[in-house]
Design a protein around this ligand. Sequence first.
Ligand code: IFM
Length: 627
Amino acid sequence: MIALSKTLFTTNGWDLVTQTYSQKQAITDGSNFMIGNGYLGYRGTFAEDKKDAYVGCVVTDSWDNADDKWEELATVPNALYLNFKYLDKAFSMTGDIIDYKRTLQLKTGITSRHVLTKIKGVSFTIEEEKFASYANRNVVAMAYTLTANKEVTITVATGIDRDIWSINGNHFNRSETVVVNKDKGIVLTTKTYGDKLVVFEKTQGLDEPNKNTSEDEGYLNTYDVTLEADTPFTIHKYMIVTNSNDVSNPLQEAQSIYHQLTDYNKLKDAHIKAWEAIWYDMDVAIKGNQVDQVAVRFNLYHAIIATPVHKPLPIGARGLSCQAYQGAAFWDQEIFNLPMFLYTQPTIAKQLLIYRYHTLTGAKKKAKQLGFEGAYYAWISGKTGKELCPDFFFKDVITNRDIRNHFNDWQIHISPDIAYAINKYVTVTNDTQFLENYGAEMIFEITRFLVSRVVFKPRRNHYELLRVQGPDEYHENVDNNAFTNYQTKHTLEIALTLLETLREKQLNRIKQKIKLSKDEMTLWQDIDDKLYLPQPNLEGIIEQFDGYFNLESIVPAKDITKRLIHPQEYYGWPNGIAVFTQCLKQADVIQLLHMHPELFNETIVQTNFDYYEPRTLHFSSLSPSVY
Ligand code: IFM
């Protein structure tokens, strides 16, 4: 066993193993050990777990606003709930546990648990296995095998647990129950958009229930089961999820899947084959260091299961692991997720960009609302591209007052970041059809936005970008953030090159469609010629934004934490402890140098790395990988 952390191990560079159980770890374990298939994400929880263990199945394309503030993906009732009682004592992980091992096989996307426990003098072994099917993405399957060391009769309770984890409240207005054989289905209607989500259970291996409970009792059936001594007894359960955003009749679809599900092992074999094909394209093999190996595969695994492939939808910044970050796309999607697909499964990269094309109308609306032209993409983008980032989301924990952050209207680099990704996609794939049908139009609209956003400074005879927020989110309302300015220049150059290189007929069609005038294009050239680009100073350091060098330097950056009055204080705008210092939240100038290796030589890169790294707090998981 090779240790990955104090409690996590690997044996073979593929499996993530723990033998430590702690309720305090429920949030982290639930995310680390989760399963998913891009259609849904099922948290790493156990069959008997309830809401307090953060049980949740997050479903794509189910955005709903439960509390008038956070539009987020819904979590649906848990159709894999199952537990047993012996002599009225229910099994629990907090009971007498003699042996425990939990595994996530990154190779197959199958998670399992082995437990040996004693209840009232009888030893029970539980083998539980689950996977979010890649053969049928509407299905999560579970095999639950119980063995007792003597003949006993137990009571099994299983069904659909409605009381699930949802961070910002209940997302469903109505629900109705459907019964098929001894199993149940629920048709749920979301509050904001009235979407219908259907959740069905299918149970195999149990006879007739002795109690078929009502909706109010939580949709659970109970069964009396006699276990023969030392003889494994297996129950198969399937959770089926359908959505009216995918099919016109989600109930009919769920029922049809219900009837198709006959053989657990067949479904599992097809699932394993699908993962074999994924890894064939995407695995990164590292010789020697098994910790790095499993870390890379762990990251790939989570990025893969987070990515919807059934239709153009965003990759949530936290994938489908929970509702935090609203199941929505940030710049993470283009800059951090897309490249791994670009070089391995370019059709997925393309679909992510087509998703951005579908949100172009939303981006144009946002630009207009803020007084600009073209396409200003949502900082937090759901299905339609409407800005999902609320004005207020942090609290000043000392005054208890809401903080007005400006992620939604000042973090403008999201738009050129999308142009950057489009250009990269086309450069790598040479997919001119995509460029002509979608890419060029997006790039032109993004350029229009940037052009309407720059400010001309006559005495300096150049254009600047004022009042922005770069990747370092602790410094809002800054001028000429180097990252943003260079990304803007890059977009202008892509747009100007397209004007030269697109096939004439196609270019004219796009120009007509978006009413692109000659004057506009002349202005693009002028801005490209005269956009202010911060240059390395005499020591070779690029200033992150105007005035950054005048701020207090704290090295190492972590020393700043000593200034906290309250452990949960927000570090950034308008008055947090980082604002008047050089402490960065995450890679910013280094982000620029990472994305544009053509701009500066290695000495400049090294000099900036040495300067900025000690000043960086790495308080975003996007930061260490870039450094
Ligand atoms: O997009 C990131 C941002 O750069 C840092 N805060 C979290 C966001 C979502 O991951």
